[in-house]
Design a protein around this ligand. Structure first.
Ligand code: KIV
Length: 267
């Protein structure tokens, strides 16, 4: 998988599959099952580290988890979120931090949120330095406090025009793809039709060029989180609970370990 391949998939109308991932074992499953792109999202903060937003996630945490993912999925195109305040303060800081991600993880691209003039300049400089960038507009979780919660974007005409302008600006700045998060179907369809680069939707309807979901949400590991856009493709929390209950029961009853789990020997 390369950026050129992703552009070709858009041109051919082939849906692009993206899932987030944060660890070795799931990365191996994703690669073996043929996912097109892995995103090491800073949703790591919520679904792995237990924070209530993505804001506390550090660059070192992203690098450490990305290295694990790359060991599990060495042949899968991998994009890494630059965490909050590792690329907003200055272009030099963004270059240094994105450079660390690329050098220390072997990932193929970084993702940044937002599309104002400052961010577009940063994207131009990253791309100019040889670092592919995925953009992200709509609901941008690193700005949750200025947005005031996870809200669907693009419902009014002005908001729709703003999103379209942002997506165009990201393409012009050199992004190879853009995530549309919590965007109305109409706006996502318009953006997808206008841009030459692929749009990857989450809560943005079926007309995007690809879809991304947060893996633990998609696999039902976090069943109390049930936004409208989410389909659960497995029920891992339930399966995990059943397994844990069975383990406790069988250890307490003495039925585990059995003879087949036990090593013999004369001494
Ligand atoms: O951090 C993340 O998982 C993301 C996806 C929701 C697109 O940015």
């Amino acid at each position: 998988m390369t950026i050129q391949h992703l552009l070709g998939m858009k041109a051919r109308g082939e849906p692009i599959t993206v899932l987030t991932c944060y660890d070795f074992l799931f990365a191996r499953i994703l690669e073996e099952e043929g996912i097109d792109v892995i995103l090491v999202g800073d949703s790591l903060g919520q679904v792995v580290l237990g924070y209530d937003s993505t804001l506390p996630v550090t660059l070192d945490e992203m690098i450490s988890h990305t290295r694990a993912v790359r060991r599990g999925a060495p042949d899968t195109f991998t994009v890494v979120d630059l965490p909050f305040m590792t690329y907003q303060a200055s272009v030099a800081g963004a270059l240094e931090n994105a450079g660390r991600v690329m050098k220390e993880t072997g990932a193929h691209a970084v993702k940044v949120e937002g599309a104002d003039e400052g961010m577009c300049e940063t994207i131009r400089r990253l791309v100019g330095a040889g670092i592919p960038v995925m953009g992200h507009v709509g609901f941008v979780p690193q700005s949750v406090h200025t947005i005031g919660g996870s809200r669907v974007q693009g419902r009014s005409r002005e908001d729709a025009e703003r999103l379209l302008a942002e997506a165009r600006a990201l393409e012009a700045a050199g992004c190879f793809s853009v995530v549309l998060e919590l965007v109305t179907e109409t706006v996502a369809r318009r953006i997808t039709g206008e841009l030459a680069i692929p749009t990857i939707g989450i809560g943005a309807g079926v007309h995007c060029d690809g879809q991304v979901l947060v893996l633990p949400d998609a696999l039902g590991l976090n069943p109390t989180f049930q936004p409208r856009f989410l389909r659960r493709f497995a029920e891992l929390a339930e399966a995990g609970r059943d397994g844990v209950r069975a383990y406790i029961r069988e250890v307490r009853s003495g039925s585990y370990p059995g003879p087949e789990h036990t090593f013999g020997g004369r001494a």
